[in-house]
Ligand binder design. Structure first.
Ligand code: G3I
Length: 331
């Protein structure tokens, strides 16, 4: 039983004008202790997988929108914001999407999918992760674009088409470009490619409003450079874009890590992030170790990457996040 936190993370974050959130799954509906922690700490929830194209449709066509409506009802009831995740991602293409579809057909399927989902929540979903992980310099394509199915079938302008379609479906939504590795020491080519893509899209008037830093971290891997992260954040802000931390979690070192070591990484990373003026939200990728994608990754058994343990007891990471949030200058 989670004690209702008089000062949950949502309250602490709200004092400096940012939202704290977490990715959630269907366990939100039937696990009271998990739901209580979400309601105590979160002002924002993100469906971790239920809104993805491969979960809503099997052939790329008509989607079952009931998962969206269920989350909207919950968010309305509890006064929560939702970030829609994610409209276009190469790893969540419907299994039946026609690989032989020509450009026109692929555009029709992609835009139909975007209009259906964004239109379903128009005016009620303040953020959408429109395109996720479109950059992969190692693919060798111009601009460092990832050679995704829609890149191959539509062309590089699939990204612009996706954002324009989402903006038409809900002009009030803040449209996010979400990616990983943007604060990593090994991410220089990714950072440059993302900045170039954003600059090109903004110069063409493409409606994009924020960059999502996924922020999947690992204890002791030596790949986090606060100066690099701050440099990238400032470049994004110079473009007039908001910054969101979208999928924050901290994996243990290969040989295992203590909860204190995990908390230390949360604190170090967020102490750099909270200094960014355009920061709008910080979301962890899950709230409890009971449900983390990392548990299904190689070596992830028994993973403890999040703020609550599997028994819904707060961990040192919770305190580290609370402390970092409190470092941000109050409104
Ligand atoms: O919970 C159901 C279970 O009831 C069912 O029996 C089983 C088989 O269908 O599926 C289970 O759901 C799985 C879910 O994870 C929970 O474990 C889905 O199949 C599986 O697709 C889903 O994977 C998600 C993955 O994206 C692919 O969509 C992970 O939860 C999610 O954490 C992961 O998140 C991604 C972000 O979207 C993008 N950034 C990287 C991040 C990590 O890969």
């Amino acid at each position: 039983m989670v004690r209702a936190q008089a000062r949950g993370l949502a309250t602490i974050a709200g004092q400096s004008g940012i939202q704290f959130g977490a990715a959630v799954g269907p366990w939100l509906w039937n696990e009271r202790d998990f739901r209580e922690a979400v309601l105590s700490d979160c002002a924002l929830i993100i469906p971790e997988f239920e809104w993805k194209w491969d979960r809503l449709s099997h052939h790329g066509g008509d989607c079952d929108l009931s998962p969206i409506k269920r989350y909207l009802a919950f968010a309305d009831k509890h006064g929560l914001a939702i970030r829609g995740h994610t409209l276009v991602w190469h790893r969540s293409m419907p299994s039946g999407f026609p690989a032989s579809a020509d450009r026109e057909t692929a555009i029709k399927l992609m835009t139909g999918h975007i209009r259906a989902l964004v239109g379903c929540g128009a005016g009620r979903i303040p953020y959408w992760d429109v395109v996720n992980e479109a950059i992969e310099p190692e693919d060798g394509e111009r601009g460092g674009l990832r050679r995704t199915p829609l890149f191959r079938q539509i062309g590089p302008d699939y990204i612009e088409i996706a954002y324009r379609t989402a903006a038409q479906a809900d002009p009030a939504a803040r449209l996010v470009y979400n990616d990983y590795g943007l604060g990593k020491t090994w991410g220089a080519a990714r950072r440059e490619a993302v900045l170039r893509m954003l600059d090109k899209m903004l110069s063409r008037g493409v409606p994009i409003h924020a960059v999502g830093l996924q922020s999947h971290l690992k204890v002791g891997d030596g790949t986090f450079d606060p100066e690099m992260l701050t440099w990238f954040g400032k470049r994004v802000e110079e473009m007039g874009l908001d910054i969101l931390v979208t999928e924050l979690d901290v994996a243990a070192a290969d040989g295992g890590s203590s909860d204190a070591e995990v908390a230390g990484v949360y604190g170090e990373y967020l102490s750099a992030i909270v200094q960014l003026p355009n920061l709008k939200s910080i979301s962890t990728w899950g709230l409890s170790d009971r449900y983390s994608w990392l548990a299904n990754e190689p070596g992830g058994h028994g993973a403890r990457p999040l703020l609550y343990d599997a028994r819904m007891q707060r961990k040192p990471a919770w305190d580290a996040v609370a402390g970092a949030l409190a470092e941000r200058i109050p409104l």
